[in-house]
Design a protein around this ligand. Structure first.
Ligand code: DAH
Length: 350
């Protein structure tokens, strides 16, 4: 009796299995036979109701059927998955003639580019790179650089004070906190950190209150310092001339004009032949044929005293330059505000 039932069940399963077209249908079929209330499961449960002598054979047959169905289901599962993957692949056609999606390339800001170029020039001359804080103590920004209390550079209109509230911003004290107005305080910090001989540059952001057509409240400077025994003005000239020729081209005329800075003596301003008019005289060079590009000088003994260097033994030179200005000259840009508007039509040209 039981054996006929079993082969019927097997035939029934095989017939239904041959019509299965998806894994979902297969799962249903599996549940129909092997699920909690499936035909085979129920059959196994019903064994106890059979006459005792029939039980072993019926049990064996049902278990065999169960294993048969399990392995059939497994095979079918694999087959269906392969078919489904194939169908999916052929429905997902790829048009290899379509143009690729444009990924806009980013690039460095022109000021960053020129800053990196300048840093590279000095690094190849053996200068290290120093950094200092943008929020600076009055002592480093002014006092140690021999900028006296009544110096015009300290005036409220130029310096951003960041004193804690209630401490009064109207009196200038040594403990005052400022946004550095130049990168020169890094000279002091760098000299305090080490001993001569030394040479380093210090690139970074500086802040000044005066904002108009040609000034922005934040801009970039690169400071330079070289200290040792027997460092002379000739070293200053040689290093800065080489720098100008590397940045603007080997034929660029350079001249050193006497000037004044509290932290250098003697002081000089460096001009280059106007690159916009070929030194013939134009609006940018105000008809002079010359453009001022940096300030420099021999380190003032008072500055060495502030960092505890022997003024009899050591001499040195320092220089400072504005990166926006140099970038404007290099790329013939006539308005500093273009650097900060972030207009992509402008930025993409670099
Ligand atoms: N700190 C000066 C400024 O902000 C630039 C400068 C001039 C730096 C002469 C120097 C220097 O180191 O020697 O305008």
């Amino acid at each position: 009796m039981m054996s006929i039932d079993i082969s019927n069940l097997k035939d029934g399963f095989l017939k239904e299995a041959s019509q299965v077209k998806s894994t979902r249908e297969l799962n249903k079929l599996k549940a129909k036979f092997l699920g909690k209330k499936g035909i085979v499961t129920e059959g196994l449960k019903g064994l106890s109701r059979l006459p005792k002598e029939e039980r072993p054979a019926a049990g064996k047959a049902l278990n065999e059927l169960k294993r048969f169905i399990e392995s059939e289901v497994k095979n079918l599962q694999k087959q269906l998955e392969a078919e489904e993957a194939k169908r999916k692949l052929s429905s997902e056609s790829v048009d290899i003639t379509l143009p690729g999606r444009f990924i806009p390339p980013g690039n460095l800001h022109p000021v960053t580019q020129v800053m990196e170029e300048i840093v590279d020039i000095f690094v190849t001359m053996g200068f290290g790179v120093e950094e200092g804080p943008e929020v600076e103590l009055d002592y480093y920004n002014f006092e140690a650089l021999n900028i006296p209390k009544d110096h015009p550079a300290r005036e409220m209109q130029d310096t951003f004070y960041v004193n804690p509230p209630g401490t009064g911003g109207d009196t200038v004290r040594e403990s005052d906190i400022v946004l550095r107005t130049h990168t020169s305080p890094v000279q002091i910090r760098g000299m305090k950190k080490r001993r001569p001989p030394l040479r380093f540059i210090a690139p970074g952001k500086v802040y000044r209150c005066d904002a108009d057509v040609s000034h922005t409240p934040m801009f970039h400077q690169i400071e330079g310092l070289m200290v040792g025994e027997d460092i002379t003005f000739s070293h200053l000239k040689g290093v800065l001339e080489l720098f100008v020729h590397r940045l603007f081209g080997p034929g660029t005329p350079v001249r050193f004009r006497p000037s004044y800075f509290p932290f250098t003596e003697p002081s000089t301003e460096v001009d280059i032949g106007c690159i916009l008019c070929g030194a013939r005289g134009c609006r940018v060079c105000k008809g002079t044929g010359w453009l001022e590009v940096l300030g420099a000088g021999m380190v003032h003994p008072r500055v060495f005293e502030a960092v505890g260097y022997d003024t009899e033994r050591y001499t040195g030179f320092a220089f400072g330059m504005g990166v926006e200005r140099l970038t404007m000259l290099k790329y013939k840009i006539d308005d500093i505000r273009l650097f900060f508007e972030n207009d992509l039509r402008f930025l993409r040209q670099f």
